[in-house]
Design a protein around this ligand. Structure first.
Ligand code: ASP
Ligand code: MG
Length: 483
């Protein structure tokens, strides 16, 4: 595996710290240690922070509740916001002057919270624009605390609201950044600060319209912020600090000996995210990958573990064929079946048009080559709705017996095996079926992505955990062979 060699003394490191990484004084101490350790190594450091964990939820919840008439939450939640942040100040900042200064700034922001939410209560309505104004406050408070804590350690830092950096459209609550306009602002704002030896502590999640109205990039959007900054500066590397040791070979709650994956390609990350692994959202890291900037996912609570490196698909060399196994549960398999479907064009199109009208998403599709059935998965709670819609669409065919039945299955799951190396390795599917057969897992349907980066299998919900464990053993065999 080749990772680009870089001269760190000439490069900028962007580090994003997620909600749990800044969520307690102890966690924030480790953040400070991490920054202090990296600062002398790099030309510049740009930390991007989330809100303290739970704070964004609290803010958004307050807005909803106030708008629906619950007045008491305003004061109660303002108090809670105050307490959460005050504990941080008390534990992290010694100097009275600094503590008072930041304490004042935080109180201003909480004052803003109260005014906004009060207005929502009076109007009985929380507009998307108002929701973003409230939702952005968590990151703004957090950036100020980290800045003060760095200053206290005699590390020159300054808090920057990313409203100054990230230009977006006005699609409040999930705004789209204008990458060209943002790049200009990011460079002209941050580079001079870095030149002067400052650490700009940037708020994640937030942007602003060209007129300066606050927007947010959608839940979990801080990764996206870090990626946009990384691509614009550009950074030598982008590190995403979280609370696990990178991306795992399987959900550790299902598979005890799940391990950290050392290297993943962008494509693999996308497949993993699609098939239920709680990893990086592919959209959020695209700017970094497109610019060929290495991205690392690492653990604030175990900073010496190297974590997972995500690299572009081109610079990718396989190590192990099957990289990860994921699972999605609580689905139903819908089957449209009938001998009269053979060679009739348009059945698939009409099927999925009917499904789309029910606003249901379809994670997996498979058609038998005999064209006598199409099957696909939907969330189980949508299954009956989808079945009814199809019965209406195909009422004529059902009457003529061209379609025999439209059935929905009891709870099923999808287990997916992901690994770009599968493309170059014959026999992977064979190994998968043999392993599942030996484990007495019945495979109901299969689908392979055309990119050959993943193979997905439908199994009963009862078999799902066993299927994941069984397929995870293939990873260990692959690694055993290559090391
Ligand atoms: N604080 C925001 C959220 O909870 C953004 C983020 O954490 O990435 O969604
Ligand atoms: Mg988060």
């Amino acid at each position: 595996m080749e990772k680009k060699k870089i001269n760190k003394a000439e490069q900028i490191l962007v580090m994003k710290f997620g909600g749990t990484s800044v969520g307690s004084p102890e966690a924030m101490q480790s953040v400070l240690d991490i920054i202090a350790k990296e600062q002398p190594v790099w030309k510049g450091i740009v930390p991007v922070v989330s809100a303290l964990n739970g704070v964004t939820n609290l803010l958004l919840d307050s807005a909803q509740k106030a708008a629906s008439g619950e007045r008491f939450v305003i004061d109660a939640n303002a108090k809670e916001l105050h307490n959460r942040h005050q504990v941080m100040l008390d534990k992290l900042i010694e100097s009275d002057v600094e503590k008072r200064k930041v304490g004042w700034e935080i109180n201003q922001l909480i004052g803003e919270f109260t005014n906004l939410v009060e207005a929502m209560y009076i109007l009985g309505e929380a507009s998307p624009r108002g929701i973003d104004a409230v939702g952005s406050l968590g990151e703004r408070m957090c950036a100020r605390i980290l800045t003060a804590a760095l200053n206290e350690r005699k590390i020159k830092a300054t808090a920057i609201d990313s409203t100054q950096l990230i230009v977006t459209d006005a699609r409040f609550t999930s705004a789209n950044p204008d990458e060209t306009a943002s790049k200009k602002k990011i460079k002209t704002t941050l580079l001079p600060l870095i030149e002067k030896g400052f650490i700009p502590v940037v708020t994640g999640f937030i942007g602003a319209t060209p007129d300066g109205v606050v927007t947010t990039l959608g839940r979990g959007g801080s990764d996206f912020s870090a990626a946009l900054l990384g691509a614009a500066l550009p950074a030598g590397e982008v590190w995403i600090w979280t609370d696990v040791n990178g991306v795992m070979t399987a959900d550790p709650r299902l598979v005890q000996d799940a391990q950290t994956i050392e290297h993943l390609s962008y494509r693999e990350v996308s497949e993993l995210a699609y098939f239920g692994a709680k990893v990086l959202h592919p959209k959020t890291i695209r700017p970094v990958i497109e610019n060929n900037i290495p991205l690392r996912v690492c653990n604030t609570f175990a900073p010496t573990v190297s974590g997972t490196w995500v690299v572009s698909d081109k610079s990718y060399i396989t190590e192990g064929i099957v990289k990860a196994v994921t699972a999605i549960s609580d689905l139903s398999l819908v089957t449209v079946e009938g001998t009269g479907m053979l060679g009739v064009p348009g059945v698939a199109a009409r099927t999925f048009e009917a499904v789309a009208k029910t606003k249901t998403s379809v994670p997996l599709i498979s058609q038998a080559s005999s064209e006598q059935s199409i099957c696909f998965t939907v969330p189980i709670e949508a299954a009956e709705r989808v079945q009814r819609a199809l019965e209406v669409t195909f009422a004529g065919e059902i009457q003529r017996r061209d379609i025999d039945k439209i059935s929905i299955s009891p709870a099923i799951g999808i287990v997916s095996v992901v690994g770009a190396g599968m493309r170059y390795t014959p026999g992977v599917a064979g190994r998968i079926f043999t392993a599942l057969g030996d484990a007495k897992v019945n495979v109901i349907a299969i689908a392979q992505g055309s990119s050959e980066v993943s193979i997905s299998l439908v199994v009963t919900q009862a078999d799902l955990k066993r299927a994941v464990k069984t397929l995870h053993e293939l990873i260990q065999q692959d690694q055993g062979g290559s090391k």
